[in-house]
Design a protein around this ligand. Structure first.
Ligand code: NDP
Ligand code: HSE
Length: 402
């Protein structure tokens, strides 16, 4: 029998316990041993909960128990999650986590520590919730030189954008619903400002390159400036607004960014709605592939954590190779990235828009005092310079090229 401990009995942690109970027959069979939850660490007690007797408040109870060989870290945040994870790994206990903030910050160091101590640090749930994406990158796609990863990596924002687009709901109401469904981060600013998607693409970029891509270096914009008017224009153009996170190899370097984009029906991501996420990967010999599923939520995320527990159980004290070095990979500036932009501007500055941007496609969404237009392709730097000279400029959204 393998005894495990769950750190943090919130949305994901309670899901881990539930998945292990619900699917115990298949889990035990696939792990080759019975897997049982011996401890749950949390700040609170849970009177009346069937697992209330396993709740402890001192990490040392878990660290000092030789029976516990696998720990699920589902507390979130950097500390004390980092300290507890390091202590566990140094004691030879494998750690399985959903905590992308910690993985993005210290992934390479935690993996090295696991390797040095003949155990594992696994993080399938840290990107895309229940979607298998870390294991494919570390196993099935290792023959590929990956040229592009582009995805919808945040369930909360995709839920909000879908509700605004399809139901005309407002931003605040949609965010509240996402929070009630357990999708959002404790501080939902991380979702709506794009920080969560940024950490996730940093993790994927690190696995793609084998080096550490620091999330602080990734240009990031969230969805807080997207309005109902933007959707009126998008409908008029038959386009969809999605928060995309991407990393691309080009010109001998890597470009990464997180921002809302207008995408067309020819994009495989256009129909990814609600809490669903999808990750599009282009390999040099494989070509295009895509991974789709629920990007957040209790049971889908817990399922991914438990799949890591099973992997740890199967491997015992054998380290599963994960190539992610602590050496930092500098990213290229996005200034030179080349694309079209959709712009909203006040009526009366059409001539100036043409003078600055040359040929433009006008879009009339029936709004009284403004109009929209799409530019020809130009660099981010040129766009910033030109739009700064357009006095009636209201806002812009990037247009994804298929
Ligand atoms: P919750 O806030 O629901 O759960 C976290 C739990 O950990 C809470 O019960 C909290 O207690 C407890 N906790 C916090 N600090 C400590 C501590 N120092 N010692 C013991 N217990 C502690 O968060 P989620 O379950 O939603 O998320 C957990 C992690 O998983 C996060 O990193 C999140 O980003 C990630 N994640 C979440 C997904 C989701 O859909 N929710 C999907 C994928 C990843 P208390 O409430 O008393 O503070
Ligand atoms: N808050 C995150 C999301 C949880 O909405 O995608 C899953 O990582």
């Amino acid at each position: 029998m393998i005894s495990i401990a769950v750190l943090g009995y919130g949305t994901v942690g309670s899901g881990v316990v539930e998945v292990i109970e619900k699917n115990k027959e298949v889990i035990d069979k696939r792990a080759g041993k019975k897997i049982r939850v011996k401890y749950i660490l949390d700040l609170r007690d849970f009177p009346g909960d069937p697992y209330a007797d396993r709740v402890v408040h001192d990490i040392n109870v878990i660290l000092q128990d030789p029976e516990v060989t696998i720990i699920c870290e589902t507390m979130g945040g950097n500390e004390p999650a980092f300290t507890y994870s390091m202590q566990a790994l140094k004691a030879g206990k494998s750690v399985c986590t959903s905590n992308k903030e910690l993985v993005a910050n210290h992934g390479a160091e935690l993996i090295r520590t696991a390797k040095e101590n003949y155990c594992n640090y696994l993080f399938e749930a840290s990107v895309g919730g229940g979607i298998p994406i870390i294991r494919p990158l570390n196993a099935a796609l290792t023959a590929e030189r990956i040229e592009l990863i582009s995805g919808i990596l945040n369930g909360t924002t995709n839920y909000i954008l879908t509700r605004m687009d399809q139901e005309g709901c407002d931003f605040e109401t949609s965010l509240k619903e996402a929070q009630e469904k357990g999708y959002a981060e404790r501080n939902p600013e991380a979702d709506v400002e794009g920080y969560d998607a940024c950490r996730k693409i940093a993790i994927l970029a690190s696995l793609m390159t084998g080096k550490t891509v620091r999330y602080e270096e990734i240009y990031t914009e969230g969805i807080t400036k997207i309005t109902r008017e933007d959707f009126l224009y998008a409908h008029k153009m038959n386009l969809f607004i999605k928060l995309l996170a991407s990393v691309r190899e080009a010109d001998g370097g890597y470009y990464a960014m997180v921002a809302p984009f207008l995408i067309g029906e020819n994009s495989p991501l256009h129909s990814v709605n609600d809490v669903f996420n999808a990750i599009f990967i282009r390999g040099n010999t494989l070509g295009d592939s895509m991974y789709y599923g629920r990007g957040a939520g209790k049971l889908p995320t817990a399922s991914a954590v438990v799949s890591d527990v099973i992997d740890c159980a199967k491997h015992g004290r054998t380290h599963i190779v994960c190539l992610w070095d602590e050496e930092k990979l500098p990213l290229c500036s996005i200034d030179g990235a080349y694309r079209r932009f959709f712009v909203r501007a006040q009526k009366g500055c059409e001539a100036k828009a043409r003078e600055l941007f040359g040929e433009i496609e006008l879009v009339d969404a029936g709004l009284e005092n403004e109009f929209g237009f799409v530019t020809a392709a130009l660099t981010e730097k040129e766009f910033a310079e030109k739009s700064g000279q357009l006095s009636g400029f209201i806002s812009r959204i990037r247009v994804e090229e298929a």
